[in-house]
Ligand binder design. Structure first.
Ligand SMILES: Cc1cc2nc3c(=O)[nH]c(=O)nc-3n(C[C@H](O)[C@H](O)[C@H](O)COP(=O)(O)OP(=O)(O)OC[C@H]3O[C@@H](n4cnc5c(N)ncnc54)[C@H](O)[C@@H]3O)c2cc1C
Length: 412
């Protein structure tokens, strides 16, 4: 069986690793010219869905390298006011074992994870190949690329993200909607001066700061050990870029509530976006303003949050979808990457255990629609709660969030 994957993002690469491990001939076609040519974000929160999927798909040494390059674990999630008053503290279950994929709950650097996912696939990842369409025949699929070339495969997997060409062809009516939320993301490298400005709560785990119309989410990535040192010991020969510890921040608000019109933000350069973010928090605690001023300005970027809507079951075929390609969701619950990796593992299992390709894809799609769109809906609810930030209703919601096991603390 020859499987073609459109998109070398998290889901596409994880699937390719799993299929190679199971002896399937797989090729990944990626539009970009390399893994690191576009800003895609820094910190990801991964949970057991990702842990189990990566354990299933990665060769053992790459899985060990993944675990070794995760961030220091969080112990508390905190909600603060813009003046750094603690509104709520939620303890993370102390029984979670970060070394056990079934209870994983950790931060990772997206670039590092993608490098690990791409390791060993060099001859199978084809950069600069933008899929523009496909034709499905009775016994296979022909892929068409922007450069005029074609490729044949038995199965095509659309792992090509929220604007998926594969989805638009397979399911032209599947809606992706603008949620109205806007986020400017930035990254502060952790030197001594930045560390001194970080509120103590942020060292304990993910932090949400509420300030009028805007909110700021912040999370540290403090590697347990330098990724390149871990690679040298665990998987010599695998290239992992040196990345220092950092704080990721995301300033979010409703459309046109970030202090600049949406149309302007969509085309603004990183320095202009950084200036907008600094202006939006100009009345906040001086330490927060000083911290944002230490951002690596060139890495600032803007996103409009989009979300898929549930799609009724469709007839299975040789073409299928995974990740954001079918169930894009708001980052509000940190679920999109986890779900994409879970899809990859489930599709890999289906394709390598069943003898009938269409039946295998039908089985995968049935499960994926259930948990994938459930994750979209949960993320939409979380985002709706954040969208009301700053008003008493939002505080009420924060107060009444189900507490993780072992939670302590309460709103003052
Ligand atoms: C700032 C931010 C923070 C996030 N934080 C979290 C988090 O903490 N936890 C979490 O679980 N999720 C998080 N998410 C969501 C997560 O990043 C996505 O859900 C995840 O990346 C989806 O993986 P994917 O493989 O489906 O798509 P992607 O990772 O988007 O990969 C798609 C790939 O397809 C390529 N491509 C696109 N079109 C074509 C084409 N026509 N031909 C060939 N290639 C193509 C793209 O270049 C890309 O490489 C976050 C998202 C953002 C934006």
């Amino acid at each position: 069986m020859r499987v073609a994957v459109a998109g070398a993002g998290l889901g596409g690469l994880c699937l390719a690793q799993g299929l190679v491990r199971d002896g399937v001939d797989v090729h990944v076609y990626e539009r970009d010219s390399g893994l690191d040519v576009r800003r895609q974000g820094y910190r990801l929160h991964l949970d057991a869905r990702a842990g189990l999927a990566l354990q299933r798909c990665l060769p053992p040494e790459l899985f060990r390298l993944f675990l070794a390059t995760t961030g220091r674990r969080s112990t508390v999630v905190t909600v603060l006011t813009a003046q750094l008053r603690v509104l709520r503290r939620m303890a993370v279950d102390p029984n979670l074992d970060p070394g056990d994929p079934a209870t994983l709950s950790t931060s990772v650097d997206r670039g590092t994870l993608r490098e690990i996912l791409a390791a060993g696939l060099d001859a199978r990842i084809h950069f600069g190949r933008e899929l523009v369409g496909y034709a499905q025949e009775a016994d296979g699929v022909t892929l068409r690329f922007a450069d005029g070339s074609t490729e044949a495969a038995d199965v095509l997997v659309g792992a090509d993200g929220v604007n998926s060409v594969v989805r638009r062809t397979l399911l032209p009516d599947a809606p992706v909607v603008d949620t109205g939320s806007r986020v400017i993301y930035g990254k502060v490298p952790l030197d001594d001066a930045a560390r001194r400005l970080i509120p103590p709560a942020m060292y304990e785990g993910f932090t949400a700061i509420i300030g009028g119309d805007v909110g700021l989410a912040a999370g540290l990535v403090e590697f347990q050990r330098a990724p390149e040192d871990a690679a040298a010991e665990i998987a010599p020969g695998i290239r992992v870029t040196s990345t220092g510890d950092y704080l990721m921040w995301g300033l979010s608000a409703g459309r046109d509530r970030l202090g600049a019109p949406d149309t302007e933000l969509a085309v603004a350069d990183p320095a202009a976006l950084h200036a907008v973010a600094c202006r939006a928090i100009r009345s906040w605690h001086p330490d927060l303003r000083a911290l944002l001023a230490r951002t690596a300005v060139d890495e600032t970027f803007f996103i409009r949050v989009r979300s898929s809507e549930r799609v009724a079951a469709w007839a299975p075929s040789r073409v299928t979808l995974l990740g954001d390609g079918i169930h894009a969701m708001s980052p509000a619950r940190g679920s999109g990457a986890n779900t994409a990796l879970m899809d990859a593992a489930n599709l890999c299992a289906a394709l390598t255990t069943g003898s009938d390709i269409i039946a295998a894809i039908a089985q995968y799609e049935e499960g994926m629609r259930d948990y994938g769109f459930a994750a979209v809906e949960a993320s939409r609810e979380a985002e709706a709660a954040y969208a009301g930030r700053g008003n008493p209703v939002w505080l009420w919601i924060v107060n009444h969030l189900p507490k993780p096991r072992g939670a302590r603390g309460s709103v003052r």
